[in-house]
Design a protein around this ligand. Structure first.
Ligand code: IPE
Ligand code: IPE
Ligand code: MG
Length: 246
């Protein structure tokens, strides 16, 4: 435990920690490239950052943590890299279930999970079932996730509810719409962190981030940890959220 991180932690106002933090974990490839490692070594190092950030988030009372783990566009990467990421996901999920339970963390997923292979789906189903009674941090993995496909899936589901007479088109409002998204039941993120300096959303939580505070850091994801998370929270606590008002 670094004392730098602890002194940052002391500066966090416990009464106004973000309820929901979402993170675009970017920069694994660049981290590996800098070291002349294969990109997959970057993803492996990224898993360590995930472990540290999950613990740190729970430690300061964050209730929801959504991690952008694999986008619908990421299938376009070389097949070997996709396979390596998927294997890492399954291996890590299996290995970490007991630790999640020890830390009272509930695991959930967001995205087109049906698009993952049966083995991956089974491992995720076991882990979500085994942690479902936990009452601490909700760890939400955005997997095979795309903001546009999420909106399209919601529109399709609403259209079929209208067709079968379950809902009246006049009753469609923001609240109803949000309930058809993969994230139904989750609050919108208060803070969105993106690592490795890219200033874009990359199809992440397009509907949900309408009023989210953005925090972009040049730190590459495998180098992001407890201290960087606390720094992001402190930055967030200095913002004035106006929601269109004055
Ligand atoms: C993020 O790191 C991990 C995933 C998208 C799965 P990248 O692999 O995108 O790393 P860079 O952007 O190439 O450095
Ligand atoms: C976003 O990162 C997806 C995840 C972190 C899972 P990318 O590296 O895929 O995004 P782009 O391609 O730089 O926009
Ligand atoms: Mg990237």
């Amino acid at each position: 435990m670094s004392s730098d991180a602890d002194s940052l932690k002391a500066k966090i106002d416990p009464k106004s920690v973000p309820l929901h933090i979402a993170i675009i974990m970017d920069g694994n490839g660049r981290w590996a490239k800098k070291r002349n490692f294969p990109r997959t070594a970057g993803h492996e190092a990224g898993v360590e950052a995930v472990r540290e950030v999950v613990k740190a988030a729970a430690e300061v009372g964050i209730k929801y943590l959504t991690l952008y783990t694999f986008s619908v566009e990421n299938w376009k990467r070389p097949r070997e890299e996709v396979t390596a990421i998927m294997r890492l996901l399954t291996r890590t999920t299996k290995r970490e279930v007991d630790e999640l339970n020890r830390n009272n963390v509930r695991l959930i997923t967001t995205g087109r999970i049906e698009g993952l292979s049966p083995t991956r789906r089974r491992v995720l189903a076991v882990a979500t079932a085994k942690t479902k009674k936990n009452t601490g941090l909700v760890l939400n993995l955005a997997l095979n996730y795309g903001g546009r496909s999420e909106i399209i899936d919601a529109v399709k589901a609403i259209a079929s509810s209208v067709k079968s007479g379950l809902i009246n088109p006049l009753d469609i409002n923001e609240e109803l719409f949000a309930n058809y998204l993969y994230t139904a039941g989750l609050p919108d993120p208060d803070l969105l962190v993106r690592t490795s300096g890219e200033k874009r959303l990359s199809n992440f939580l397009l509907w949900q981030t309408s009023y989210t505070e953005l925090y972009i850091t040049d730190v590459l994801w495998p180098d992001f940890g407890r201290m960087e998370l606390f720094a992001a929270i402190i930055d967030y606590q200095g913002r004035e959220r106006r929601f269109g008002k004055i």
